[in-house]
Design a protein around this ligand. Structure first.
Ligand SMILES: O=C(O)CCC(=O)N[C@@H](CCC(=O)O)C(=O)O
Ligand code: ZN
Length: 337
């Protein structure tokens, strides 16, 4: 196998490869760009016009998606997978991956769309580098299709194991076709965002015009302990996407996919913040109207008012000013195009 196919090994070891460009026997070019960043270019005759950004390890302890990208890249480097798409593989936070931690100094996934400029330190520099890498990758060419999957696993268990978060931009509708594509890849639910955000997928969606999603693929575990996270459907779908073999037939069907909208984000304002939920509560647990969800400084209270409300990503340990949970409600998909 080509040495550049071992991007994960190189990244975990903190090594820069001596040869930055390598060609597979079928003419696919691998180019190392930076730590944890590798561009794949198919031979011109096979290029189908898709620019596919696959990222994982934005949170360093979310290893199942990192292992998935490693398998895909090795498949290409072994000449077993034959790309028709241009692909940028990114391991988001290499230092956090080496430490097996979510982040080193601050959450990288809260530093995009310029937010890194108001900050400093390790993750702020990396967010700036990642923005440059993906901006260059998508380039200025029109007529190409831009797609970004930012792969994650969640801190806690979930009543819906695999789900997506779909960013938002003023004047832009969410695509039914993209949701159908995700449904075929095993994604069971989608959270349609309704305001701008500072995550990686929100950056590529709103600033670079890509279709972009954060995909949550199960519970975060250490390297080698991901046998309970089944990524088979997603992996097969990515093979087809990479090789340009995706079959599109008939009218899009969401086939039982559950849609949700954000009702409210619970923001932690102070060290007095208290979240009144059991420590082992699962994502998508329903909460009854009237439930006292959280309390914070100056007697502020978060009480559930919404019918059919569910909770995701409850985390009272986030830094002050950050999202400590999201309250979501069912969505009928009327806004999809
Ligand atoms: O499990 C948790 O509490 C957090 C999981 C996680 O890291 N989720 C992403 C979602 C990003 C998005 O909103 O698109 C995050 O919080 O960064
Ligand atoms: Zn994550």
């Amino acid at each position: 196998m080509l040495a550049l196919g071992k991007l994960l090994e190189l990244t975990l070891a903190g090594h820069e490869p001596s040869a930055k460009i390598q060609l597979t026997p079928d003419g696919t070019r691998l180019r190392w760009l930076d730590e944890g960043a590798l561009e794949v270019t198919p031979p011109a005759a096979r290029d189908n016009g898709l620019d596919l950004l696959l990222s994982a390890g934005v949170h360093g302890n979310e290893t199942a998606p990192i292992e998935l990208l490693d398998r895909l890249l090795r498949g290409i480097a072994r000449n077993e997978l034959h790309p028709a798409a241009r692909i940028l593989f990114l391991f988001g936070n290499p230092e956090a991956m080496r430490r097996g931690e979510r982040y080193v100094e601050q959450d990288l996934n809260r530093l995009f769309s310029g937010r890194h400029e108001q900050s400093s330190g390790f993750e702020a520099i990396r967010a700036c580098d990642l923005e440059h890498l993906v901006t260059t990758f998508f380039g200025k060419q029109s007529g190409r299709t831009r797609l970004h999957y930012d792969l994650h696993t969640a801190i806690r268990g979930s009543k819906i194991e695999q789900f997506a978060l779909y960013p938002w931009q003023e004047g832009r509708a969410h695509s039914r076709r993209e949701l159908e594509r995700l449904r075929a890849a095993g994604i069971e639910a989608v959270l349609l965002q309704n305001k701008s955000s500072i995550t990686f997928s929100a950056f590529t969606y709103a600033q670079l015009g890509a279709e972009a999603f954060t995909l949550e693929l199960g519970k975060a575990r250490a390297f080698g302990q991901n046998e309970l996270v089944s990524l088979d459907l997603l992996e097969n779908a990515l093979h087809a996407l990479i090789e340009g073999r995706e079959v599109i037939t008939g009218e899009p069907t969401l086939d039982g996919m559950q849609l949700f909208a954000v009702s409210r984000e619970v923001i932690k304002h102070s060290d007095s913040f208290q979240l009144h939920l059991p420590a082992d509560i699962e994502n998508f647990t329903e909460l009854e109207p009237g439930y006292l969800l959280a309390e914070d400084i100056a007697d502020s209270r978060w009480v559930v008012e919404e019918q059919g409300a569910r909770i995701i990503f409850p985390n009272p340990k986030v830094k002050n000013g950050h999202r400590a949970a999201i309250l979501i409600v069912p969505d009928d998909g009327a806004g999809l195009v």
